[in-house]
Design a protein around this ligand. Sequence first.
Ligand code: ZN
Length: 152
Amino acid sequence: MIAGSALGVATGNPIGAFLVGTASHIVLDQIPHTDPGIFLKNNELKVWPKWIYYFAYLDILAGVTVVLILASQTNSSNWLNLFAGAFGGIFLDLLDNVPYWSKKFRKTIIGQSIHAFHDKFHFTVDSQHLIWGILTQIIVVIGGLWYLLQNL
Ligand SMILES: [Zn+2]
């Protein structure tokens, strides 16, 4: 979300922001990272326990809060690029990884190919190495915030 916002602002237009935000997700998913899914490895059905729901809500809430704070610090001409980039950054996960509709989505032809594509480049660390996966995310978030603070 933060990386998408930064790239979105860099493109300077909302359509570019959305596309580059989505592309950034594809690139960043390939960098080893930690997500709650690493604790589901032996869970065939990938059923989310309750804590993962809480974690996911908190994650999105934190992202939205930061983006709104950033928006409040800049003039409205940047808002659309900021939001479109942030939205692009989570778009694939929203389509493919939200348990309320992901099963249905993956049954459609488009959903099936998007899921196969998404799954192919998704690179998470295993649970013993979660600290490294968190570190790569911190670096990305700090990089994104650093860029945004200079360019908003
Ligand atoms: Zn993803």
